[in-house]
Design a protein around this ligand. Structure first.
Ligand SMILES: [Zn+2]
Ligand SMILES: [Zn+2]
Length: 232
């Protein structure tokens, strides 16, 4: 049976955006489009690496990261437009598909992190008002339901507006993010947390958010994202 809200807001395929009538979360033609990150993976950021003999990608070899490690499901290029719509074009429902896929393929690995909470990377209030939702929070909510890990969206806030990271160099990204995140309450009583975000590109956002959590007393920070970029 189709739920009543689906008649007003029919579910759309996260890739082609066509209305899907069946209860599936993606249309049958698009199911093969999102590409899983091929093995081997970087032990830190989960980007694909060329050589079996390396443990880390070039970026993680050069630059220290404050988080312990993370997992990502898809190659960014294969889901780029979809993630853009998920973020900017009022398609929060896409998050349900991505969470289902992450839980299915990476669920065991994520559960092994033995985390106390999933913490979505927060948006600044002004962006939240403009978009109406935070895509990372939507994703984290669905993941929380599927994996049974509590969602904590009351720990971290984004207190400073930041520039779009896309066109910035690594150094500029770091500078842009400095002081962007704050802890809401003093004395966070969480030992192990998983940060949730849509995409991992250079990792600077997750790195900065993780630093703030560690400083507040969190012991270990992992991350999960829908997609990851290519090691350059
Ligand atoms: Zn489709
Ligand atoms: Zn890496």
């Amino acid at each position: 049976m189709i739920r009543p809200e689906r008649l007003i807001f029919p579910r759309r395929c996260p890739i082609c955006d066509e209305i899907i009538t069946e209860e599936s979360l993606i249309c049958s033609e698009c199911i093969t489009i999102p590409r899983r990150v091929p093995y081997p993976h970087c032990m830190k950021c989960s980007k694909h690496i060329d050589s079996e003999n390396e443990e880390y990608c070039r970026d993680c070899q050069k630059n220290d990261k404050s988080f312990l490690r993370g997992v990502a499901l898809y190659e960014y290029d294969s889901v780029k437009d979809s993630i853009n719509s998920f973020k900017n074009c009022s398609r929060p429902e896409y998050g349900e598909f991505y969470a289902a896929q992450i839980a299915r393929y990476l669920g065991d690995e994520i559960k092994d992190f033995a985390a106390d909470a999933l913490i979505p990377v927060p948006l600044h209030r002004s962006k939240m008002l403009k978009r109406g939702y935070n895509q990372s929070e939507v994703l984290a909510k669905h993941l929380s339901k599927r994996l049974g890990i509590p969602l904590r969206n009351d720990v971290l806030i984004r207190c400073r507006k930041t520039k779009e990271q896309k066109k910035l160099t690594n150094l500029q990204r770091e500078k842009n993010l400095r002081g962007a995140f704050h802890i809401v309450q003093k004395g966070v009583k969480l030992d192990t947390v998983i940060l949730v975000d849509d995409v991992y590109t250079t990792g600077s956002t997750l790195d900065e958010a993780s630093k703030v959590l560690l400083k507040a007393g969190v012991g270990k920070v992992y991350f999960v994202t829908i997609a990851v970029g290519i090691d350059r």
